[in-house]
Ligand binder design. Sequence first.
Ligand SMILES: Cc1cc2nc3c(=O)[nH]c(=O)nc-3n(C[C@H](O)[C@H](O)[C@H](O)COP(=O)(O)OP(=O)(O)OC[C@H]3O[C@@H](n4cnc5c(N)ncnc54)[C@H](O)[C@@H]3O)c2cc1C
Length: 450
Amino acid sequence: MKNPGSELKQPSASWKVAPYWRTARLREYPTLTEDKSCDVAIIGGGIIGLSAALEIGKSQKVMLLEGGKIAEGSSGFSAGVISLATTADLRIIEEHFGRDNAELLYARLSGALDRTLSKLSLDENALQEGASIYAASKQSHLSILSTERETRSRYGLTTKFHDKANLPTWLKGFHGALRLEGERGVNPVKLLEAIAFLANDQGAEIFENSEVANFEYKDGFFVLNAGEHIVKARHLLVATGVHGKKWPQLASINRLLVPVKGDIIVTEPSPEVARLVKEEGTIAMWDTYQMLYVYTRYLPDGRILSGGADSPGLGRAMIKTADDDGVKRLHAVVAARHNFPIPPVAHAWQASFSLPADGLPLLKQIKYGTDGDNRLIVASTDGLPSGILLGEVIADMVADRDNELLPILCQNRKPSMEARLLSWLPNLPSIRNLALKLVFFGMKLKDILS
Ligand SMILES: Cc1cc2nc3c(=O)[nH]c(=O)nc-3n(C[C@H](O)[C@H](O)[C@H](O)COP(=O)(O)OP(=O)(O)OC[C@H]3O[C@@H](n4cnc5c(N)ncnc54)[C@H](O)[C@@H]3O)c2cc1C
């Protein structure tokens, strides 16, 4: 990889990424100004689209079309927690797919993360490594911790239990906690910029401000219409995230996705947080609630970032101010959980993403052409780590290589109860929204009564 620093560009004011993550850009990418053809076209420059471009570009001619600019989707507004512990709920994967598959998924996820991050040369402000604290919000939640600890120990993962009397002194109001080593956090905008830069250096063509209005399959090719130009491709990946167009080819996968929105706050720096990060290597904390949970990151510059307690529905990413009710609520929760003063909010925003109903990344593949030579792949992720993993799996799919993870990741996998219920609901937004609100309400009630 060339030295990324040598190409740093001041971002234009119109770059819509989360305010705290804003950074100098590594590269600006052109708009599509002529007709093109390639082996694989990708729609969407979020974590899935870019990770796939990075992997596919090594062996095939790939073009990525982003409607806005890189990182303007959910990925660039996320909290940047790159946690294996929260991404792969080993217990649930074991229940659905068996122990061998849980081990396989975990190993592949962690391998994909290690491989990708090691290629990107992110500095220590962009990539944090350390431990997370998983804290029991109620006495009755201690059993959640012991199950988690037992599962992790079977997978050889380092976990330390603190009972109430031995909790870290800076934590307040919890009944016990696990310390999970081997966790990471990133500046998600720098992560995406670095993946795009490397993918582009390796041959992937990236176009910004090139929204795809529609696509069709014709005579052995997918034909994408973007502005006044077309891109013809043998294979097509649609990775348009939560705000993608409602193309009919996506209907069956969209039925399995839950749109979620959440707030994030970032405080002014605090000396206690800087100490936590530097001396204890603690980079994040979250609790055992299912729907009321709040996660907290301790950032290298001593700030606290916090989010969670998400609600169902879609909202365009927007900046919030310190006097917003949701922002005040999050700040109050953070203050109630720490034994040191929490500084005022410096940045706040709201954003949405879509969550596959069973909490696992989701792929749909439709084969076109007489011999099924052309593939349309639609991908949705439950977070950044799985987005990176999907890049590797999709590269295998378009190269016609076997990938043992496909039975777990593809849409026809054994459906969970949640996925089954969601797919049965009629495709009317009003009914689906009401049903999701009821489910979220039920889960919150369960949190309160547990
Ligand atoms: C508030 C919040 C906090 C989060 N925190 C975390 C976290 O800490 N850790 C974690 O792992 N995950 C987190 N997530 C989830 C994570 O951000 C998402 O799962 C992930 O970013 C989804 O990536 P994606 O590539 O599918 O979509 P996106 O990042 O949304 O990318 C899709 C891209 O497609 C483009 N696009 C859409 N339509 C078109 C079109 N027609 N033509 C061209 N381009 C198009 C969009 O502009 C967009 O850039 C969080 C999400 C939110 C909202």
